[in-house]
Design a protein around this ligand. Structure first.
Ligand code: 1CP
Length: 350
């Protein structure tokens, strides 16, 4: 095998180059389903872990060792870079992020501070450096929330079903919306640039909740910011992964933003996405995460459907359609990785 993350099968698949085995990793591969993570969480809060480089390293690397996946994902949360912008929040048990003072006025937006990662987020960058050193040949994926998904937490004050405040500001207060989105987009660019400088081999933008928007609203209120972000990140020459949930209606617009890899949820067969978009983008996904709770035959059936469509195409990375559920048996996940790695890949033509 190779000893360089940049020639690993995960990175090769992102660039649509031939691979020896199908690469696989999982969103939320470090988290509550792991006994070791639950044990650590009895001692430290999520944010304490995310602020300590040695714990970032430990949690990130343990997931890779336990699962034998082909990529690591930085252990952090999309909310972490908001704190130095001046946005106070907690991550509450069984709720998620809760923002102390939701941002809904132009005055609040104008008081937001630009982020200087080497000064404000040094603990993340040191966590990346340590993790990359410990991982050796396994590539590390850095990440950020997408500006819409971050804006939704910042404006609503927490998780939302309807995104009522977010959409209301988007439609009714163009200056508040553009001011907030511009500042979030600038943060995403500087933050991901710093993560790559610290050693990340690829970056993923988690725009998890964009599926809540109609196509015209996405195109008008989000796509321009994403296009700017990816245009600036392109110079880093690392794969740019763009993921959202419930995005079947948005995929052509997401593809136009300049992403290298599109992350797709379980609702849309990847062969349909291929037919829709053509071969220019690598695809990542998309097993229904709930299959992990339904026993091995349900896992294998779902994975087989995906691999029959995608297993012999360049530019495919196996993942779930969203994060690993906390009730998942780690043994099932490990079994899935081994099964994916046994799928026969036709050798590339010489
Ligand atoms: O320890 C805990 O409190 C468990 C829950 C948890 C974990 C493990 C939260 C709270 N965040 C995290 C870590 C995390 N968050 C990672 C690293 C782990 C890994 O992938 O291996 C990552 C990549 C994230 C990113 C994240 N945070 C997203 C995007 C991905 C997604 O799941 O869509 C989002 C939307 C968040 C916000 C968030 N943080 C935590 C929760 C429960 C949520 C979602 C809340 C909601 O439903 O709106």
């Amino acid at each position: 095998m190779t000893s360089n993350p940049l020639t690993s099968r995960f990175i090769r698949a992102c660039w649509r180059q031939p691979v020896d085995r199908i690469p696989v990793w999982f969103m939320r591969q470090a988290g509550r389903y792991q006994p070791s993570y639950r044990a650590l969480r009895r001692q430290y809060s999520l944010l304490e872990i995310a602020h300590r480089p040695e714990l970032i390293q430990q949690v990130t690397v343990t997931a890779v060792e336990d699962l034998q996946v082909d990529a690591a994902i930085l252990f952090s949360d999309i909310m972490v870079p908001l704190e130095p912008m001046g946005i106070g929040f907690d991550i509450q048990e069984a709720v998620g992020p809760v923002v102390h003072e939701p941002i809904r006025t132009i005055g609040q937006v104008e008081r937001l501070k630009p982020v200087n990662p080497s000064r404000d987020l040094d603990f993340v960058l040191e966590g990346i450096e340590r993790t990359v050193a410990a991982l050796g040949q396994v590539p590390l994926i850095g990440f950020s929330g997408g500006p819409f998904t971050l804006a939704s937490y910042v404006i609503e004050g927490g998780p939302s079903r309807t995104y009522q405040w977010t959409k209301s500001i988007m439609w009714n207060a163009p200056n508040v919306w553009s001011g907030l989105m511009e500042r979030l987009a600038a943060m995403v660019v500087t933050y991901l640039t710093a993560q790559v400088a610290a050693g990340a081999s690829a970056v993923q933008v988690f725009d998890s909740w964009i599926g809540a928007l109609s196509r015209p609203d996405y195109e008008r209120f989000v796509e321009p910011y994403m296009t700017t972000i990816f245009a600036q990140l392109k110079a880093l020459q690392v794969p740019l992964i763009y993921f959202g949930v419930g995005t079947a209606h948005l995929l052509p617009a997401m593809a136009r933003t300049g992403a290298t890899v599109l992350g797709v949820d379980w609702r849309t067969p990847l062969r349909h996405v291929r037919r829709l978009l053509g071969d220019e983008w690598a695809l990542q996904g998309n097993l229904d995460p709930v299959r992990l709770l339904a026993g091995w035959p349900a896992v294998k059936d779902g994975a087989e459907d995906i691999l029959r469509d995608m297993g012999n195409q360049p530019g495919f990375i196996f993942n779930l359609g969203h994060g690993v559920p906390k009730e998942t048996d780690p043994v099932t996940l490990r079994q899935l990785v081994d099964w994916i790695h046994h799928w026969p890949v036709e050798p590339a033509p010489m």
